[in-house]
Design a protein around this ligand. Structure first.
Ligand SMILES: [Zn+2]
Length: 322
């Protein structure tokens, strides 16, 4: 039944009709808010390339978490800036590491907020890589033990979910085993399953002070050109015991999110990364596009592609406006 019997525009005439036939709707419960915790007290330092985002000392982080929770965002994911760094990234798994201290404080002061720990070494290593360096290379197998220790330290500090982001082979299995052996059989793993070596992480490296001091991450993060390999990476993490799978970044990788949703039964998370956020905010500030509408359109597109959960620096603002 073609035109003139069929007229697609009939369902677009008014906002009332459009809202009735809308296929994708955002809700505050879709969002996870990334936060950066740093040493000190009363510290709230804005991140230059990510306006509206801050490095926060534990006390300020707790305040921020109260606001996030009252906006209706159910979860935060924490990244740490340690006092000192060393080649083995020991701040990632120290009992009193910066993220572990932050978790204890947030779980005590804002118990209704779900706290996710990003599990990686790059914020804590002096060389800025995500694993141990052996003979000038990131060594896979000896890194697994350190990642497992970091996940257990976070679980002990109250993490509700641990989220390995390093892209070492076998890390999900190693973390699952270590959590179970330490009694954390109920702590889920959100795996950064398909994490691409993306230029869109640029602003984050200022935020987390985690830029590699030599080389790049192409030896462990994925080639942006590869879709089949992303599905293989996700399948491996699922086999190893991941509870939620993640695609990162989000908007340049909507095809990967879509295929992950179609081919796997687990919840799919997508990370709208720092560069995606910064581009929208910067263009908005220049008057080149409407920042708020770009926020809604980008988040809706990520959900429409199949993401059940969205990690986004817009989480607090979006939840407030919903
Ligand atoms: Zn890392």
């Amino acid at each position: 039944m073609a035109f003139p019997i069929t007229r697609a525009r009939r369902l677009r005439r008014t906002e009332l009709v459009r809202s009735m036939v809308r296929e994708t709707r955002l809700a505050p419960s879709d969002f996870i808010y990334p936060l950066f915790v740093c040493p000190g007290e009363g510290v709230k330092r804005e991140i230059g390339a990510m306006p509206g985002n801050y490095q926060l000392s534990v006390d300020c982080l707790v305040e921020e978490c109260r606001e996030v929770a009252s906006a209706g965002v159910p979860a935060v994911i924490l990244f740490g800036l340690p006092e000192t760094k060393d080649p083995e990234g020991s701040g990632a798994y120290a009992e009193d590491g910066i993220v572990q201290r932050a978790m204890r404080a947030v779980k005590r002061e804002v118990p209704k907020l779900l706290v996710i720990g990003d599990v990686c070494l790059c914020e804590y290593t002096s060389h800025g890589h995500c694993g141990r360096i052996v003979d000038g290379e990131v060594d896979n197998d000896s890194t697994l033990e350190l990642l497992a220790r970091a996940a257990v330290a976070q679980a002990r500090a109250g993490a509700d979910i641990v989220a390995p982001s390093d892209m070492m082979d076998g890390r999900v299995a190693a973390i699952r085993r270590a959590l179970d052996e330490s009694g954390f059989t109920q702590t889920p793993i959100l795996a950064y399953a398909a994490k691409f070596a993306s230029v869109f992480y640029g602003p984050f490296r200022e935020a987390a002070e985690s830029a590699p001091q030599f080389g790049d991450r192409l030896g462990y993060q994925m080639d942006p050109a590869n879709q089949r390999e992303a599905l293989k990476e996700i399948a491996l993490d699922v086999e190893e015991g991941a509870d939620i799978i993640m695609v990162k970044p989000a908007m340049p990788y909507l095809d990967i999110i879509y295929r992950a949703r179609q081919e796997f039964r687990l919840p799919v998370a997508a990370y709208q990364v720092s560069g995606e956020y910064s581009m929208i905010v910067a263009a908005g500030r220049n008057g080149w596009l409407d920042c708020e509408r770009a926020m809604w359109e980008s988040l809706t597109a990520i959900k429409r592609a199949g993401a059940d959960l969205i990690l986004t620096y817009f989480a607090k603002e979006a939840a407030r406006r919903l």
